[in-house]
Design a protein. Structure first.
Length: 135
C-alpha cells in the first residue's frame, strides 16, 4: 500500500527561515557520518548546523555550548573531537566550520599555524609531529 502524503497542519507549514541553516539528509542516509558519535556529539552538531552562517561558520564559546548542551568541558571537547574525526566539522579556536557532506568524510586539518590546544587533529598529523615531520 502506497502512502499518500498530505499536510497535516497547514497553519504550521514549515518554511525556510530568513537565517541560513539546514541539516543535510546524507547525515542519516550515509551511516558513516554518525558512526562513533555519541549523544553529546550529535547535540553539538545540531547546535552548530542551527547557528552557522551560509559558509557553515560559527563561533559559540565553550561556556555557551556547555550551558546549552548541559555538558561539562571534558564532554564538550570529546564531542568536538568525535565530529572532527567523522569529518563533519573542523575547529580552529574559536571558530567552527560545519563541513559539506558531499566530500568523503576524512578529517580536515587546519591550515593556520596557530597553537593547537583543544583542537582536533588527525592521527597522521600527530604521528608526523612525533616523527619530526617525516611522512
Amino acid at each position: 500500500m502506497k502512502i499518500k502524503k498530505r499536510v497535516l497542519c497547514p497553519e504550521r507549514l514549515r518554511r525556510v527561515p530568513a537565517q541560513f541553516s539546514w541539516i543535510d539528509q546524507q547525515l542519516v542516509r550515509q551511516p558513516r557520518y554518525l558512526k562513533g558519535c555519541d549523544r553529546g556529539a550529535l547535540a553539538l552538531y545540531l547546535v552548530l548546523v542551527t547557528v552557522c552562517d551560509a559558509e557553515g561558520l560559527s563561533y559559540y564559546s565553550d561556556v555557551t555550548l556547555e550551558r546549552l548542551l548541559h555538558l561539562d568541558h571534558t564532554d564538550l571537547v570529546g564531542a568536538r573531537q568525535q565530529l572532527c574525526q567523522a569529518g563533519l566539522i573542523v575547529f580552529e579556536y574559536p571558530l567552527y566550520q560545519v563541513l559539506s557532506l558531499d566530500q568523503p568524510s576524512a578529517p580536515v586539518a587546519p591550515t593556520a599555524a596557530e597553537p593547537r590546544s583543544g583542537q582536533c587533529r588527525s592521527t597522521k598529523e600527530i604521528l608526523q609531529q612525533i616523527l619530526g615531520g617525516q611522512p
